[in-house]
Design a protein around this ligand. Structure first.
Ligand SMILES: Nc1ncnc2c1ncn2[C@@H]1O[C@H](COP(=O)(O)OP(=O)(O)OP(=O)(O)O)[C@@H](O)[C@H]1O
Length: 241
C-alpha cells in the first residue's frame, strides 16, 4: 500500500456488554481497493460508523492524510472527501436520482457562485455510471440494483478521496455487479481510496488487491485475496470450508 490516506488505529467500540470492535487497526491508501469481510456481527458497519464519524470510538483514533480527525463530525469528513454508502438504502426517495446528486453537491459545496454547475456535473456522473436514463426517476421507486448504482453515483457527485462502500453489490444481478465493479475501479484509478464491505467473496476477490477479515470485532487476517482464501482460520470462521 502507498502511504495510508485513511487509518483507524486501535479502535474499540462497546455497546453495553457487546464488544463490537477490539483494538482494530485498518488503513487504506490512495488508489487502493481494500476489502473488509467477515461474518454477520463481526463489526464491519461499526468500523464504517467510526471512520465516517457517525460513532465516536471508546478508544483509538482515526487519521486522514496523517492528521488526527477523531473528533471531526461526519459532515466535516464528507466535505473533505470521505464518502459513504449504506447497507440499507439511504437515497432521498421523493427526489429524482439527479436531484439526489445535486443536493449532495449543494450540501457539500455550498451555494456559492463558485459551486454552480451542480446539475451539469450530476448529469455527467450519472452518464459515467451508465444510469443517465434514470436521472428523472424518483429514487424511491428504483429496483435495488439501480438504487445501489444511484447511491454510488451520489457518493461520486463531486470527486471523493475515500469511498466507504457498505455492501454495494447486495441484491444486484451479475450484470449490475459488473457495472458497479467498473465504476469502483475507475474511481480507484483516479486515486480514490476504496474500502469495500461485501459478503460476495467472489466480487471482493475480483476487485480488491488486499482484504482484511474481521471476526468478533478483531482483525483475524489480512492479505491478498488468494492468501485470505487459503488462510485456515478464515476458511473456518467465514468461508465455511
Ligand atoms: N447500535 C447498536 N446497539 C447495540 N449493539 C450493536 C449496535 N450496532 C451494532 N451492534 C452489535 O455490534 C456487533 C457488530 O455489529 P455490526 O453491525 O458492526 O456488524 P457487521 O459486521 O456489519 O454485521 P453484518 O454483516 O450483519 O452487517 C454486533 O454484535 C451487533 O449486534
Amino acid at each position: 500500500m502507498n502511504q495510508p490516506l485513511l487509518r483507524a488505529a486501535g479502535v474499540d467500540v462497546r455497546f453495553g456488554g457487546v464488544h463490537a470492535l477490539r483494538g482494530v487497526t485498518v488503513s487504506v491508501g490512495p488508489g487502493e481497493i481494500c476489502g473488509l469481510i467477515g461474518p454477520n456481527g463481526a463489526g464491519k458497519t461499526t468500523l464504517f460508523d467510526v471512520l465516517s464519524g457517525m460513532r465516536r470510538p471508546d478508544a483509538g483514533t482515526v487519521a486522514y492524510d496523517g492528521a488526527d480527525i477523531s473528533r471531526r463530525s461526519p459532515a466535516w469528513r464528507a466535505r473533505h472527501g470521505i464518502r459513504r454508502t449504506f447497507q440499507r438504502r439511504q437515497l432521498f426517495g421523493q427526489l429524482t436520482v439527479e436531484d439526489n446528486l445535486v443536493v449532495a453537491r449543494e450540501w457539500r459545496g455550498g451555494l456559492r457562485p463558485a459551486a454552480r454547475g451542480h446539475r451539469e456535473r450530476a448529469a455527467a456522473v450519472l452518464a459515467s455510471c451508465g444510469i443517465d436514463a434514470l436521472g428523472g426517476a424518483y429514487a424511491g421507486a428504483l429496483p435495488v440494483g439501480q438504487a445501489r448504482m444511484a447511491e454510488l453515483a451520489r457518493a461520486l457527485a463531486d470527486p471523493p478521496r475515500v469511498l466507504l462502500l457498505d455492501e454495494p453489490a447486495s441484491g444486484t444481478t451479475a450484470e449490475e455487479r459488473g457495472r458497479l465493479a467498473s465504476v469502483v475501479r475507475r474511481a480507484a484509478g483516479e486515486g480514490c481510496a476504496v474500502l469495500l464491505v461485501e459478503h460476495d467473496v467472489a466480487f471482493v476477490g475480483e476487485l480488491c488487491s488486499r482484504v482484511v477479515v474481521l471476526d468478533l470485532g478483531e482483525v483475524l487476517a489480512e492479505g491478498t485475496p488468494a492468501e485470505i482464501r487459503a488462510h485456515p482460520a478464515v476458511r473456518e470462521a467465514y468461508l465455511g470450508l
